[in-house]
Structures are given as structure tokens and as C-alpha cells.
Design a protein around this ligand. Structure first.
Ligand code: BDP
Length: 670
């Protein structure tokens, strides 16, 4: 019998080569006998790199080119905790020169670890005698990737919901994988990018997965142990109806004393089994999931019950604000899904416990190609808030299309709630939580499309420095992942890829013209007459959703000034969001000087053309990159091109037929 050789797993941003500069030096890990788990990981990394590249691990006091040390106040912390405590104040580090050495001083063991990876990222530059002193600390204390993994393969959603990179890294065929080596490698990659937590299961917690909390907790503990050496804490998504589903109680009413005791006892067992357990993530009363509404209770009642169960362990519950009615009447123009999160949650401001974090999707709808910032993130000053990004490319090309997303995320994190001179959203949320839906699976390239790794990498980096230029992060990722490859090649494909994707799929803020269910490819009216609340309202005269106070759904009033006013009027509303906020005639003239209809035609032609150019550029790179990467990207680009042309043709034809207005440039539209 022949067996198929296991595929070679791509090293992502940690190829051995990335450690050359560090590994060819004399390195001292000077932690005064601190034998914590993370310090052990740092030592192992250093020893491995030195063994490979001819450097040496120096004994105490010996001269060294690189010294990795702990700040005095944190010495002993690792020993006390028996492992990493990725608390915000211990993640930071200093890097600088002392005499002939580069010195990294971690605030705590985690900081030491993050400092080590700063040295890796910088390569030779980390040993430059002119290296400036810098202090680094993360803007967000909790930087968490939420996996939408199911243990069992779900009938409709498969194993990883909205996953485009194969099966779960954790579970296979309903069981925890016997070999968790890849989970360890994954944790190492994440830690090197700055992530410090992972939620291992889908927010839609199906009946089978509910057991992870109780009788299958052992599996969860095994995953936690695999993540721990890299400072990654494990979080679990829980099912609000768990007390009922697991057969213990007749109700899940959050005010019922038995239910409250059930959650306290269950949570106590979780912490007995996993002492550094990170917390719960909850999707309740949303898209058919159970929640407090069934018992006439509020989201505050539901969240606070779980917060009380977690409080003794100083752990948070992240309660998702993605709550809306998915049974709307499409004939009723006054309903508006964009309003839902704010309408549900803003009145509850100040009513959540301190360890409740309201986790809010970055836009008001659902991870569309472009949305305005969710107004919930701009309100609720008495509630702890987390931003939720979607790294998995559900609506952005499903990892078949190149779509580098950090420019979108930066526009959210850099949004200025009080206008042009005010602080950014990231500053407001600083110290809090950055969460993102993961895009990885058991695919040999981790993310299906090898270039989608850059999106994963960037989340952690933005979690540390949200104001950083996305192109700079990309440059860093390219340098690590493709050592020796001309960087301009990948920049040419990736820098503007989100904008390109937007051009051929959804210009001007129009959303959801995708195939219902799986959400890939165009379907002009796929969602138009459904109850999901996701409309574009195209008719013979114009298109877009009127969300104004004057004549529409009143959504613009959910924004503080000056945004409420800017969005309310088409003449001040930014072009790229015009159709999100306004229903306008096809002949409406944009700030750019073009009409809406002409813009639709032009961008769709331009976007598809850019994809053809990307394909041609990549073909030239055949000799310059790893052949396996080249082949995979080539295949995906062919599909991206086919899809971009399909988008262009269907959408242009649709709007041509609706409007009856020809393309001013006379290109073929049917
Ligand atoms: C939507 C996805 C769905 C998720 C949901 C969520 O289509 O699979 O369950 O978001 O975030 O975008 O809960």
C-alpha cells in the first residue's frame, strides 16, 4: 500500500531564514534563573536559531551581541504564575544598544518573547550600532483571533464556518487531532505577530460543540497546553442554552438561581482544568441562536450572569453586538438592519458589569467590502467595547481573490469619532480588545491563498500599533515570508488589492449583491427580496439605501456630529459610502465629477483590468518565488480573473438594463 506523503507545511512568516541575523550572533538570555514557561520558549528559540546559523548561547556574564533580559520588577513573575500571564503591562519591552550589544528588556516573560520577535523582524538592522532606544507596548491588551471551527462537520457550513483554508487545525472527524504539532506551530506564528489569545470554536455553538464546556473540556485543556508556551490564552464560545442542551436544567433564564449556579459551577470546573482560561465569547439572540430574549430578559441580564460566573477568575465575557432581525419584511422600507446593533445595545449603556466586553463588528451590517464604522463603537462610553474584524474573506473573495484587508481595518481604527481634529477610535479603545475572525485551516499554506497570510499577520501588528501604515506592515510581512524576493513584486499585487476588489464588486458602498448562502460571486438580486435586510433598492431611476433622517430610515442620527450631518447630505457624504446612505438617481454627480452610473461602469472595467495586470505581473515572477507558492497563487489569480470579469459583466449589464443609460465610453455592455 502506498501512502500519500503529507504536504509540506509552508513556514509563513517564520522561515528558518528569518532567524539568520539572530542565529549567527552570541546571545545571552539573562533572566536570573527565571524558569517560567515563556522564558523556556525564548531559550529554545534562541538555541535553535544559533544551532542552525553558527551563533552561540552565552553563559551568564559572558559577552554577547544580543542580551535578552527581564525588567527587575517582573523577575519572579513567571515562576509565581508557572507560565505566561499575557497581561498588558507585562507584554511590553525595550530595545536599544548598551555598549557593543543590543539589549531587549521585557516587562515580563511575554514581553521578552515579543522582544525576541522584534529582533527577528529587524534582522541585521537589530544589530546596527546606531539602533535607537525604543519602547514597545501593545495598544490593545487582548488581541484575539476567533475561530469559527466546528468539531463536527456541519451540514451546511462545513467544518470551519466561512472557512476557505480546509478543515479545523484542532479537530478532525469529530475528534481532537492526535497530533497537535501544527497547533503549536500556529501558536508560534501568532505570537510572533503579536496575538495573545485564540477562541477555538465557532460562535454558532451547535449541540455537539456545546459539550466542549463540560464533558469534552479535557480536549480544550489539551489545546490550551499547546498554545500556552507561546503566551496564547484559550477562549471558548459558549451556547447560551447550555444548561438546557446538556440536559441539566429545564431553563436557561439568566435570572434563575439554578441557572446562575450552573454557570458558576461549570466555570469553576473550567478554571480548575485550565487555570489560565481566557474567557467566554457569546452570540445570543442572533440568527437563530438562543439568548436571554426567550425568557423576556435583556442582553445585560444575559451578559452579566456570565460575567458574574467569570469574575472570581478575573476573566471577561465577550458578548457580541451582532444582533438583528433576520426575518424582516422586504416590502417595508422603514426597517433597516444597519440600525439594529445600536437600537439593541445603546440603551443598555452603563448596565453591563466591568468584565463584560461588548464585541462589535466594525461596520453596522456584516463585513461588507466597504461599510461606515459601526455607530455602536462611537457611543456607549460606559461600556467596554471590542472591535471585531473579519480576516476570513467571506465577502472579500474567499481567499481565492487577493485582497489585502489592513487598509480597510486602518480606516476603522483610524476613524475620528469627533471629526478631523479628534482622537482616533483606536485611541479611544486603547487598552481594550481587538478581535478578528481567523482565516486559517489545515491547508498547507495555512490560509488557502498564500497571500492571505498577510491579513492574518497584520491583525497582531495592528493590535500593537493600530496607527501603523498598512503598506509598511505588508513590507515587513513580505521581507519575513519571502526573503530574497524582490518586494515590489508582491507590493504590486497586494497594496491596492482591496480597492481593486471593491471596484469590480461593490463600488460606492453598495453591499450584498452576492450569491445567497455561500456569498461568493455576483447575484444582482440574490438578497433583494429576502428577509435578511440586505438591500440595494436598484430601480429604473436610481439605487442605494436611504438612511437619512429627512426621508429614510433615520440611521444617520445614530452617529455623533459631525458624522451624522456629513452622512445625512449627499453633497457631504463621501463618494465611497454614498449608496450606503442615500438612494440617488443614476445621473447623480459624484465629488469625483463622474455620474453614479458612469462610475459603476468605469470602476468595474478598471477593476477587472487590474486583475488581468496582476495576473501578468505574477507570471513574470515564476523564477523568483518558491514554485509551490507560485503555482498556488497562479491558480487563484486565474479564478480571480474569471470572477472579476463575471462581476464586471453581470453588474454592468444589470445596471445598463435598469437605467437604460449607455456607457459614455462606448464599451461593450449587453
Ligand atoms: C455572518 C456569517 C455567518 C456568521 C455571522 C456571525 O455569514 O456565518 O455566523 O456572520 O458573525 O457574516 O455571527
Amino acid at each position: 500500500m502506498t501512502s500519500t506523503p503529507s504536504p509540506v507545511i509552508h513556514p509563513a512568516w517564520l522561515p528558518a531564514e528569518a532567524f539568520r541575523a539572530l542565529g549567527s550572533r552570541r546571545v545571552r538570555v539573562d533572566t536570573a534563573g527565571d524558569a517560567g514557561l515563556l522564558v523556556g520558549t525564548v531559550l529554545a528559540e534562541v538555541s535553535r536559531a544559533c544551532a542552525r546559523f553558527g551563533g552561540s548561547v552565552q553563559p551568564p556574564e559572558a559577552p554577547a551581541d544580543l542580551v535578552l533580559t527581564l525588567a527587575p520588577r517582573s523577575r519572579g513573575d513567571a515562576a509565581r504564575h508557572g507560565g505566561p500571564r499575557p497581561d498588558r503591562d507585562l507584554d511590553g519591552f525595550r530595545i536599544g544598544r548598551r555598549g557593543a550589544s543590543t539589549v531587549v528588556t521585557g516587562d515580563g516573560p511575554a514581553g521578552l518573547f515579543y522582544g525576541l520577535f522584534e529582533v527577528v523582524r529587524r534582522g541585521e538592522a537589530a544589530f546596527d550600532p546606531g539602533l535607537a532606544d525604543e519602547r514597545h507596548e501593545p495598544a490593545f491588551g487582548l488581541r484575539v483571533l476567533d475561530h469559527w471551527d466546528n468539531v463536527f462537520v456541519h451540514r451546511v457550513m462545513g467544518q470551519v464556518e466561512r472557512g476557505y483554508a480546509g478543515g479545523s487545525l484542532f479537530w478532525d472527524d469529530g475528534r481532537l487531532r492526535d497530533d497537535l504539532t501544527r497547533v503549536g506551530d500556529y501558536a508560534r506564528l501568532l505570537a510572533a505577530s503579536g496575538i495573545n489569545a485564540v477562541t477555538v470554536n465557532n460562535v454558532n455553538v451547535h449541540a455537539g460543540e456545546t459539550h466542549l464546556l463540560t464533558d469534552r473540556l479535557g480536549e480544550v485543556a489539551t489545546i490550551a497546553s499547546t498554545l500556552r508556551p507561546y503566551g496564547i490564552r484559550l477562549h471558548l464560545s459558549i451556547n447560551f442554552a447550555a444548561p438546557v442542551i446538556l440536559g441539566d436544567l429545564p431553563t436557561a433564564d439568566p435570572l434563575d438561581p439554578d441557572v446562575r449556579r450552573w454557570w458558576s459551577d461549570t466555570t469553576e470546573r473550567v478554571f480548575e482544568t485550565i487555570p489560565d482560561f481566557g474567557g467566554y465569547l457569546v452570540k445570543a439572540d442572533s440568527e437563530g441562536r438562543p439568548g436571554p430574549f426567550s425568557y423576556g430578559r435583556t442582553h445585560a441580564d444575559g451578559a452579566n450572569m456570565l460575567a458574574d460566573a467569570l469574575a472570581p477568575y478575573d476573566a471577561p465575557v465577550r458578548w457580541r453586538a451582532f444582533v438583528y432581525n433576520h426575518r424582516q419584511d422586504w416590502r417595508d422600507r422603514s426597517t433597516d438592519r444597519a440600525r439594529a446593533a445600536y437600537d439593541h445595545f445603546a440603551p443598555l449603556d452603563g448596565r453591563f458589569r466591568d468584565n463584560v466586553i461588548l464585541q462589535v463588528k466594525h461596520g453596522p451590517m456584516d463585513f461588507q467590502t466597504r461599510e461606515p464604522v459601526s455607530p455602536v463603537l462611537l457611543a456607549m462610553s460606559d461600556t467596554r467595547l471590542a472591535v471585531e474584524l473579519q480576516v476570513t474573506q467571506e465577502y472579500t473573495g474567499q481567499q481565492k481573490h487577493v485582497c489585502y484587508l489592513p487598509p480597510m481595518w486602518s480606516s476603522v481604527l483610524g476613524f475620528q469619532p469627533t471629526g478631523d481634529d479628534g482622537p482616533t477610535l483606536a485611541t479611544r479603545l486603547s487598552g481594550g480588545v481587538l478581535s478578528a475572525v481567523a482565516n486559517v485551516g489545515d491547508d498547507p499554506f495555512w490560509t488557502g491563498h498564500p497571500l492571505a497570510q498577510a491579513n492574518l499577520y497584520a491583525v497582531g501588528r495592528l493590535g500593537w500599533t493600530p496607527g501603523r501604515d498598512p503598506a509598511e506592515i505588508l513590507d515587513e510581512w513580505i521581507g519575513l515570508t519571502f526573503p530574497g524576493t524582490p518586494r515590489h513584486l508582491l507590493h504590486a499585487l497586494m497594496d491596492d488589492s482591496w480597492e481593486t476588489y471593491e471596484q469590480y464588486t461593490a463600488p460606492l458602498g453598495v453591499g450584498f449583491m452576492v450569491r445567497p448562502g455561500h456569498h461568493y460571486g455576483p447575484d444582482v438580486d440574490g438578497y433583494e427580496y429576502t428577509p435578511w435586510g440586505t438591500y440595494h433598492f436598484a430601480d429604473r431611476d436610481g439605487l442605494g439605501v436611504d438612511r437619512t433622517v429627512a426621508t429614510g430610515t433615520g440611521y444617520t442620527a445614530q452617529y455623533p456630529r459631525p458624522w451624522s450631518e456629513r452622512y445625512e447630505h449627499p453633497d457631504t457624504c463621501p463618494d465611497e459610502l454614498l449608496l450606503f446612505f442615500h438612494h440617488v438617481p443614476y445621473t447623480h454627480v459624484l465629488h469625483s465629477g463622474s455620474t453614479v452610473i458612469q462610475h459603476i461602469y468605469d470602476t468595474r472595467f478598471a477593476g477587472a483590468q487590474r486583475v488581468a495586470e496582476m495576473q501578468a505581473a505574477w507570471a513574470q515572477a515564476a523564477e523568483l518565488v518558491d514554485p509551490a507558492v507560485h503555482t498556488r497563487v497562479t491558480e487563484r489569480l486565474a479564478e480571480q480573473r474569471r470572477s472579476a470579469e463575471e462581476w464586471r459583466d453581470q453588474l454592468n449589464t444589470y445596471f445598463h438594463r435598469k437605467s437604460g443609460i449607455p456607457d459614455a465610453k462606448g464599451r461593450p455592455i449587453h
